[in-house]
Each structure stands twice: as C-alpha cells, then as structure tokens.
Write a protein that binds this ligand. Structure first.
Ligand SMILES: NC(=O)c1ccc[n+]([C@@H]2O[C@H](COP(=O)([O-])OP(=O)(O)OC[C@H]3O[C@@H](n4cnc5c(N)ncnc54)[C@H](O)[C@@H]3O)[C@@H](O)[C@H]2O)c1
Length: 354
C-alpha cells in the first residue's frame, strides 16, 4: 500500500509485504545493499543491477571513509547523472548511501529500501543522511530526501530479536512525542510488532518533516531521547544499539521533565520502560563519561563570548508530557546529572526485582 503523505512531500512511501520490482527506478540505477540481504533479495526475484555494491558496515564504521570507495567505484565506471541509487539495508547503510547519493556529482536521486524495524519506522524517512565524526554521531551529512521509500516487512523475518526490540524504541518515541501514552504502553507490552504502528509512525514523521524539513522548529521534537541517547551510545563504544540508547534517553527525558516541574508521566509507564531497559544496565556509562559528550552535542549552549572548551551552561532537551505534544527546554548539566542518576537507580531496582 502507498502511505498517504502531505501534498508535495518529497518521498513516495510504500509499505509492502515483499519486494516489488515495479517500484525500482525506471531508468538507470545501481544498488548499495547490505551483504547479509543479497540472498533474500535475489530469492524474492529482485534484479541485481550493474555495478551493485554489497557491503557490510557496522555502526562503529559509519564514517566518511566508508563512503569514499563507493564514490570512487561509481566514478570509475563511470555512472552518470541520470542514475538513481537504491539503498537496501538498515539505518547505517541507508544513512551512508543517502549521503553518498547527495555527494556524487553534487547529488543524484536515490530510493531507500529499509530492512530493519528501526530504519523502516524512522531512519529511512525525512531526508537526513549522515556519518559520524570522532567528536560524535551524525556530525556530517546532508538533507537529501529519497524519491521513494519501500519498506518490505518480509525482511523483518530475518532480523535478530534484539534488533526488533531496538526498532521498537523509535516507535515508542513517536508515541511519547505526541503524549499518546496508551499507544506507548501498548508498544511496551510483550507481543509482536504491528505494521500498523510503523504506518502510524511514518505518517506522523512525514507530517512533521514536511512542515519543518530543515529542523528549524517542530522537527526538533523528533530528537526526544536522542541527546542523552547519543551520549550513552557513544560512551558504550557502540555496544548499545541506537534504539536501545534512545530508549534509555527516553526514560532519562521522563525524569528531566519531572525535574523541570512538568506533569509527571505515570509510574506504571516508567516501570514498563525500565523493565525493558534493565538488561542494558551494565552498558550505561557513568555520568562523568556522558557529560563531555552531552556538552559537545549539536544542541548544547555556551555562555556568550566563551570558546568550545568552555563547559556548556545549558543543554537543549525535548521533554515528554502526558496527553500533549513534547516541548523543548534548555536545562543545566546538573539537571541532566540527576536524571542520569535516577535512570541508573531505576534500572538497578528493576534488575534486583527480576
Ligand atoms: N537518518 C535518520 O533520520 C535516522 C533516524 C534514526 C536512526 N538513524 C541511524 O540509524 C542507524 C541504526 O540503524 P539500524 O538500527 O537499522 O542498525 P544497522 O543499520 O546497523 O542494522 C542492524 C544490523 O542488522 C543487519 N540487518 C539489516 N537488515 C537485516 C535483516 N532484514 N535481517 C537481518 N539482519 C539485518 C545489519 O547488517 C546490521 O548488522 C544509526 O546509525 C542511526 O544514527 C538515522
């Protein structure tokens, strides 16, 4: 089915059970695909275009250096400007392939065929492409929306359970941004992921991105859980998966909202979140390891006239609110420290209870 998106939205969005040849580009195209999906792609009767690249890029290697050989390969063929690049894989591969498409010949069109739950529910939509720098996650990139997004749910059958759980956190984030606690609670229960959740999340994100493509305002809300999440992910040496780190960041944001005096989220909901996150407690870095990463965040504020080396005075945060849309606030590091301590303490309590 084709998802309804706002008129003039840059990306056509399809959610299908299995891959469909007729959604591939009509003209010249090439593919960058995750090596682990080649067999499933071909077994589904999908074609392998000329000069396809089948690659394997772990999260820790999501760097510009991963993309350079692809660009050199395309240029050596050479592939021309009428080319469309198809990205087939999880969020790491689709972020990097979108970045490569934005750079090659100063930008060629691309399609995204996400194959993890996280990429289907979030990463593939919205036109943000990117790579990490030593200083932090996604610090280099381009806004380059794909022409088409094709999410084929049959690919999820091969996804390890940890990665299914990982993607669920971006869905839960979407519910919390809107203050939709019943939906968040439904997704925190055990049981299979519903494709209807993915459709709902994509429809919401398409609306936000269409209204604010460059993240000048409303789109910042999509970063709920990400500021602390990115710090925890990097501080764990990427042992935490992106969605897991976002889940931890979401619970941290619930505590920050309380510190800021906003209406509290129900303890039962926090308990459900903590129950799912407790097995990750050993990967949660201590506060001193998180602080420098938070201060380096794209969203941190320094007092006027000070240099990069000056500690941040406040760090922007998105805070969830029951029954209403989340809000952005800037909070001092001390408030973040308290929320980090409460997060760790609740995860330990859950672990002791289990
Ligand atoms: N651009 C955005 O707006 C945006 C939003 C959210 C997240 N992201 C990015 O997404 C990345 C995380 O993506 P991810 O969680 O998909 O991780 P990932 O891309 O690393 O994929 C996870 C693992 O699953 C494998 N895999 C992929 N599809 C599979 C399948 N169908 N069956 C079995 N294995 C499969 C991959 O090889 C990889 O080992 C992060 O780098 C994050 O920054 C981007």
């Amino acid at each position: 089915m084709r998802l309804a998106t706002p008129p003039g939205f840059a990306t056509e969005v399809f959610i299908l059970e299995g891959p469909a040849r007729d959604l591939l580009p009509e003209g010249a195209w090439t593919l960058v695909g995750d090596r682990c999906l080649r067999e499933a792609w071909l077994a589904a009767g999908m074609p392998e275009p000329g000069h396809a690249l089948w690659v394997s890029v772990p999260e820790k290697d999501k760097k510009l250096s991963a993309v350079l050989p692809w660009l050199e390969h395309w240029a050596s063929v050479p592939l021309h400007r009428d080319l469309t690049v198809v990205a087939l894989g999880g969020g790491v591969l689709t972020d990097l392939t979108g970045l490569a498409a934005s750079l090659y010949l100063r930008g060629v069109p691309w399609q995204v065929w996400p194959t993890t739950l996280l990429a289907m529910a979030d990463a593939a939509l919205g036109g943000k492409t990117g790579a990490d720098l030593a200083a932090g996650k996604n610090l280099v990139g381009a806004f380059h929306p794909p022409r088409r997004l094709v999410a084929c749910t049959s690919f999820l059958a091969g996804l390890p359970p940890r990665h299914l759980q990982n993607g669920r956190w971006e869905l839960i984030k979407t519910a919390l941004i809107q203050g939709e606690l019943a939906w968040a609670e439904e997704m925190l229960q055990d049981g299979p992921v519903k494709i209807a959740w993915v459709e709902r999340a994509l429809a919401f994100k398409a609306g936000v991105v269409h209204r604010d493509p460059r993240e000048a305002g409303e789109r910042r809300l999509l970063n709920l859980g990400h500021t602390l999440g990115h710090a925890l992910e990097a501080a764990s040496g990427y042992q935490l998966l992106h969605g897991e780190a976002v889940g931890l960041g979401l619970l941290g944001a619930c505590f920050l909202a309380e510190e800021e005096g906003l209406k509290h989220l129900p303890p039962a909901l926090l308990g459900l979140m903590a129950g799912r996150l407790a097995p990750l407690v050993s990967l949660v870095a201590p506060w001193p390891a998180c602080l420098p990463l938070l201060e380096r965040d794209k969203k941190s504020k320094r007092s006027n006239g000070h240099t990069e080396a000056t500690p941040a005075t406040e760090i922007y945060c998105i805070l969830p609110r029951p029954g209403e849309s989340a809000v952005q606030r800037a909070l001092p590091p001390k408030a973040w420290e308290t929320s980090h301590a409460r997060l760790l303490s609740m995860l330990h309590q859950e672990t002791d209870r289990a």
